[in-house]
Design a binder for this molecule. Structure first.
Ligand SMILES: [Zn+2]
Length: 446
């Protein structure tokens, strides 16, 4: 028989921790660890019909209907514009990170200028609330990246009208690759991977620009993803260094097609990958998690659950399928640098990927066309994914943010002031809030 570890931090009761872990987000939405499974987890089964659902505590996620302003936003998202963005990005031939920075027609530099110009035009309609930045840096030489290669992120930031310090970020990567990840010359149209995700950032920047979200919304296009998440790592680290309160981040990566490699289509669902055990978990936090069985209560999962509540059917005509993994097997994406820095983040990806149309040289083999070409994109599908993003981002921005109350017993010390050492319910690591709503920042778990 084991005895309690006298050196372990004092733990709150399970009920107190679960109460603290519940998130209040959006227009009255309450999402908590007991709010139910990810939508679709029991699709078609008895639980999907509400049978046999245990009585409290907590309640199931229910999709919310969009308010008039959000309905207007979603109606403005334009399939034809999205198609134009994707085709234009593919027309640069390659957007490989090592391709030309100066050729006006071909290469990553031309693509960067195109995205920047579009974002600036959107910002010009924002009455000064949206700013656009080319965030350039030259990484140290590393495996996969030679010396002296500049990488540029394009970032459109729409300042919040009421809570400008709260940030929500969507991102896609505009660099591309073919079968050889080091080839800067050969065609790499990258229509699905990831002009589709960039198109969503471009279109939402356009649609959001004339609005006044309460919190700050960021629509980004980053580079260097295929070489090792260089652009998103720099961007996330910059936010961390500047103390930016990023309360949610989504990467849209490979969101361009609803068709599987066997030809079947699933045009009404999108996967949302959300990790369980936080990537930046400390040993103290791991002990607490194990003691309460909190593997399913991570900030990323809570963020994903919120997305199912505000962006699932009927609001967007899409199902948001939360996948309980950080990413697909042996794959990664631009949400990971955010997770590693304590920011809640998740990844949208199409329901079925066809590997003939990503990371492939453009070629015909035995009569089959390979390559990531615009013709294999479903632009109506990308529009619906953009709506999912819009509903999620807008609802986050108009909501109250993480609750500012706290458990009566701090995680780590009975003498620590209330709230200190607790994660915010959004999981913005080590940013703590006092009971009076004042915020303080600590350097680590107390
Ligand atoms: Zn990608």
């Amino acid at each position: 028989m084991s005895s309690p570890d006298a050196t372990a931090p004092r733990q709150p009761s399970r009920r107190a921790l679960l109460a603290t872990g519940a998130v209040t987000l959006g227009a009255g939405a309450v999402v908590g660890p007991l709010a139910g499974p990810a939508n679709g987890a029991f699709d078609g089964g008895p639980l999907d019909r509400g049978e046999n659902w245990p009585a409290g505590p907590g309640r199931r996620n229910r999709p919310q209907s969009a308010d008039p302003q959000l309905r207007e936003i979603m109606s403005e998202i334009d399939k034809d514009r999205i198609e134009r963005y994707v085709r234009k990005l593919a027309s640069f031939g390659t957007r490989h990170t090592f391709s030309s920075q100066t050729d006006p027609d071909r290469g990553v530099g031309a693509a960067c200028d195109y995205i920047f110009d579009h974002m600036q035009r959107s910002a010009s309609r924002s009455n000064g609330r949206m700013t656009v930045e080319k965030q350039s840096f030259t990484p140290q030489p590393a495996p996969g990246i030679p010396a002296g290669v500049p990488i540029t992120n394009v970032i459109a930031t729409l300042r919040g009208s009421k809570y400008p310090e709260r940030f929500y970020v969507i991102s896609g990567h505009y660099d591309s690759r073919n079968s050889d990840v080091t080839d800067p010359v050969g065609d790499a149209p990258g229509a699905d991977d990831d002009a589709s995700g960039v198109a969503i950032s471009m279109e939402l920047a356009r649609v959001f620009a004339t609005r006044r979200p309460e919190a700050t919304l960021v629509c980004a296009a980053v580079s260097g993803e295929e070489q090792g998440l260089f652009g998103s790592t720099f961007m996330a680290q910059r936010y961390k260094d500047e103390g930016t309160d990023v309360q949610g981040m989504f990467t849209n990566d490979i969101v361009g097609s609803s068709t599987a490699d066997d030809g079947t289509r699933d045009p009404r669902s999108i996967r949302l990958f959300a990790e369980g055990v936080p990537s930046d978990e400390t040993p103290d936090e791991a002990r607490t998690r194990r003691s309460v069985g909190g593997e399913n209560d991570s900030p990323a999962r809570q963020l994903a659950r919120f997305a199912t509540e505000v962006a699932d059917r009927p609001t967007t005509a899409m199902r948001v399928r939360v996948i309980y993994r950080r990413d697909r097997y042996l794959r990664g994406g631009d949400h990971i640098p955010y997770l590693e820095r304590g920011f809640p983040a998740a990844r949208f990806t199409e329901p079925n990927e066809d590997y003939a149309h990503q990371h492939q040289d453009v070629r015909v083999e035995n009569g089959k066309q390979f390559g990531d070409l615009p013709r294999f994109c479903d632009f109506a599908f990308i529009r619906r994914v953009a709506k999912v993003n819009a509903a999620t981002m807008w609802s986050l921005s108009q909501g109250p943010g993480p609750r500012r109350t706290c458990a009566s017993t701090p995680v780590s010390s009975a003498t620590t002031p209330c709230c200190a050492g607790m994660r915010t319910s959004s999981g913005t690591s080590r940013v703590t809030r006092s009971c009076g709503g004042r915020r303080s920042r600590t350097t680590g778990p107390t």
